[in-house]
Design a protein around this ligand. Sequence first.
Ligand code: LHQ
Length: 262
Amino acid sequence: MDFETLLVQTRSRVTTITLNRPQVLNAFNAQMNADLDAALRAAERDAETRAVVIAGSGRGFCAGQDLTTRLEIFEAGQVPHLGDGLRRNYHPLIRRIRNMPKPVVGAINGVAAGAGVGLVLACDLRLVSESASFLQAFVRIGLVPDAGNLYTLPRMVGLGRAFELMWLAEPLSAAEAVRLGLAIRVVAAEELPAVARELAERLARGPSVAYGLIKRGLYHSQETSLPAMLEYEALLQDAAGRSPHFREGLAAFQEKRAPRFG
Ligand code: LHQ
């Protein structure tokens, strides 16, 4: 599948989706929203794909919404309806990443701003290069965080840091992102693609059913009580126990060999 705004490659059961509008730090226009949605849908449906990497080309990861033509609406005397654009262009992306039963790894090569951070935080795991930064840019243009930021950020860093990051809108460095648990590791810029691929390939070789169920369970845990979660764990474990991977895992343990999860 060819896209105007993305580079997409599937190799060794990993699909890498690279945002490719480097001249504007991979800011989203409507075409990139639509392309990313289609690429994610294809990766989700592709039986060959067992893990997904989202990366950025050039020196940025994603500068959020493309603001180039936004003033025109005021100049034309119209009233903006930003909620409609979010519902149409961003909500499907965030839901798709979260609901996909496959690991999604963010390889953050440079600045992520605005809805770009929303995309980053929707991923399941993040690696950052030394030159990555996260910027809740919204208040700089008089807006509120969107694309899931108001949901994901406080759950990941707590309310206090979320207020700080969203109100002061100062860039968070790669090292600080790791310290706050927003990313798992800082990697040298030139090594990021290879390290992200290695991580994704490791996940792609693993027990995909269990990974998908863990993803469902972890996101569900953000919404529920302990008694309800204990029951949910039992349901997930029922499903995992019925997968061929459990049988293979037990056999490998008894035969003292590494499991082959196929
Ligand atoms: C850009 C952009 C950009 C266009 C850099 N657009 N060209 C959703 C729905 C509806 C409405 C509104 O919002 C949303 C969600 C959002 O995402 S709102 C937040 C939108 N994003 C921002 O406010 C970030 C804007 N960008 C910046 O603040 C800076 O560019 C950052 C801090 C990201 C990077 O700064 P620098 O490293 O100094 O790079 P730069 O500013 O020189 O940018 C490089 C080029 O990219 C430059 O173009 P040029 O032709 O001068 O080289 C920028 O104009 C262009 N660019 N972001 N969002």
